[in-house]
Design a protein around this ligand. Structure first.
Ligand code: SF4
Length: 294
């Protein structure tokens, strides 16, 4: 997709952070290498890696690192996906236990090439982790499985603690940001989870700075609450390169604060809203917060 050339804007002071690299960071990297595991942290060049790795947490990316879709904000490679690694569920469970994680987050590329969209593999990963260490809570950040309820049911039946599915942006921008996705299909997926098992927390996330208006953002919040979504993340979009969707706006921290208050007013149990917030940033905090309010 060709974008109108928008002059690259200098980063505002609130988006300048020091890279952190600690011994724990290295431990995480070593374990990931040992078990041939991918993280969305590395694939998406997440700015919080240093902080999260230092806290021995990471978001594992399953089903390879090549996606069948082409979202214009995303740094993940697109093209012919790699074969599914049947050892991956077991390897992730061992890695999670070796890292001593309290809360494991599992995400994936979208595998429209697989008959079940990869939902069976997600279910195996969840049950392997729960077998390896019962005390660890599991969050899965899933694709939309093209809206297939039977595939979604496989993930729900594996009983993760949180099912996360990001709407990413406002419906008006889908054609240029997530051309193969469908906004209402994504909101519906969250609604189905609650309808099928209300003890599972649901979560969604949106990036700002792609050209959306405040009214459009609040409309998305309202749609998510109508789908009984519990947790919400709101962060600043950062373009991985000049070939990706341009940054239209650097949103001021005051606006993130205002949106957090609006979202709590609407009834979300937990809201993380800030320039550096990403969908699995401080993930375990959402769960402990949500449980307190049940
Ligand atoms: S579906 Fe997910 S991994 Fe694939 S391009 Fe879109 S955001 Fe990236």
């Amino acid at each position: 997709m060709i974008f109108i050339k928008i002059k690259r804007m200098p980063k505002p002071e609130w988006l300048r952070i020091k890279a952190r690299s600690t011994i724990d960071h290295k431990i995480v990297e070593e374990i990931l290498d040992k078990f041939h595991l991918n993280t969305v942290c590395d694939e998406a060049a997440c700015p919080n890696r240093g902080e999260c790795f230092a806290k021995k947490t990471a978001t594992f990316m399953i089903l390879g690192n090549v996606c069948t879709r082409g979202c214009t904000f995303c740094n993940v490679s697109k093209g012919k996906p790699v074969p599914v690694d049947s050892d991956e569920p077991g390897n992730i469970a061992i890695a999670v236990a070796s890292l001593g994680l309290k809360h494991a987050v599992i995400t994936s590329v979208t595998r429209d090439d697989l008959p079940d969209g990869g939902s069976g593999h997600f279910a195996k990963v969840i049950s392997e982790i729960k077998k390896e260490a019962q005390h660890i809570t599991v969050e899965v950040l899933i694709p939309d499985f093209k809206g297939a309820t039977e595939d979604l049911k496989k993930v729900i039946n594996a009983k993760p603690d949180i099912i996360n599915h990001n709407v990413e942006t406002v419906p008006r921008l889908y054609s240029e940001v997530r051309p193969q996705a469908n906004y209402h299909r994504s909101v519906d997926l969250l609604k189905k989870v609650k309808a099928m098992n209300k003890s599972i927390f649901t979560k969604s996330g949106i990036m700002l700075g792609l050209g959306e208006t405040t009214d459009e953002i609040l409309e998305v919040f309202k749609d998510l609450r109508e789908a009984n979504c519990d947790f919400l993340t709101v962060g600043q979009y950062l373009a991985p390169s000049s070939a990706h969707h341009p940054i239209v706006e650097y949103v001021h921290p005051d606006k993130f604060k205002m949106l957090r208050e609006e979202a709590y007013e609407m009834g979300f149990l937990y809201v993380a809203s800030g320039p550096f917030v990403r969908s699995s940033y401080m993930a375990e905090e959402a769960l402990s917060h949500g449980k307190k309010q049940q």
